[in-house]
Design a protein around this ligand. Structure first.
Ligand code: HEC
Length: 201
């Protein structure tokens, strides 16, 4: 299967994730903006006041765009998930590790969805889609495989290999100062990393 269709399959959940995970501010505005846009779309189709309705739709779209989170926001999520992933695997809590892996992956896809083409340090376009496709089918696939086969040694190697790949994308985007490394402590403390924990029941 070509890598592009792998990504294609993944984009839909990412879009859904973007809608669900759009953040508190976006959520507050969603009901009025989307329902108004929906009824205007119906009006446009039926031909009533088409020009006003199109202007209103444009205004709604512009407003929704300004409510979208920044790539810094979604990449901070990736840093959070990827940090916790290390400690879940260290505790051999493989279901939790898979959760953090999938969250990180979907938030990279969300990052790409928000702005697929950025400006590189030389001013040329940098397309994030093929960069992530190559990581997804190599380093990310190795991490997923190590989690599935519950292989701690393979996991540690694949995790380090991925950090190189993370950094590769940062460098290509002129962000060479963003150097991910093996974390020294979890990004949060409210989730118990111990898979055999018995509390809460
Ligand atoms: C496809 C490209 C790409 C990949 C792959 C990628 N990143 Fe990023 N990352 C970015 C971009 C672009 C930014 C800057 C976003 C911005 O601020 O506009 C960024 C920023 C970050 C930040 C800083 C967020 C902040 O604003 O504080 C962290 C942390 C981060 N990435 C972690 C990771 C980790 C960990 C991985 C690998 C698991 C990874 N990234 C893989 C493109 C990528």
């Amino acid at each position: 299967m070509p890598a592009s269709s792998t990504l294609g399959r993944a984009i839909l959940p990412a879009v859904i994730g973007a809608l669900i995970g759009g953040g508190g501010v976006a959520y507050l505005h969603r009901n009025d903006a989307t329902s108004a846009a929906g009824s205007r779309a119906t009006a446009v189709v039926s031909g009533a006041g088409a020009r006003d309705d199109l202007d209103a739709l444009r205004a709604d779209i512009a407003r929704l765009k300004t409510n979208a989170p920044s790539q810094s926001h979604t990449m901070s999520d990736v840093g959070y998930h990827w940090t916790n992933l290390w400690f879940a695997a260290e505790k051999k809590n493989w279901p939790l590790a898979m959760f953090y892996f999938q969250e990180a992956r979907s938030h990279i896809l969300w990052t790409i969805q928000l702005r697929p083409v950025r400006k590189g340090p030389d001013g040329n376009d940098v397309n994030l889609v093929p960069i992530f496709e190559s990581i997804d089918t190599s380093a990310f696939a190795s991490v997923a495989n190590a989690i599935q086969t519950q292989n701690a040694a393979a996991f540690a190697a694949a995790y380090r290999e991925t950090l190189q790949a993370c950094y590769g994308c940062h460098k290509t985007n002129g962000l060479a100062y963003l150097r991910p490394e093996v974390p020294t402590e979890p990004a949060q403390s409210i989730i118990n990393f111990d898979g055999s924990a018995t509390w809460p029941q």
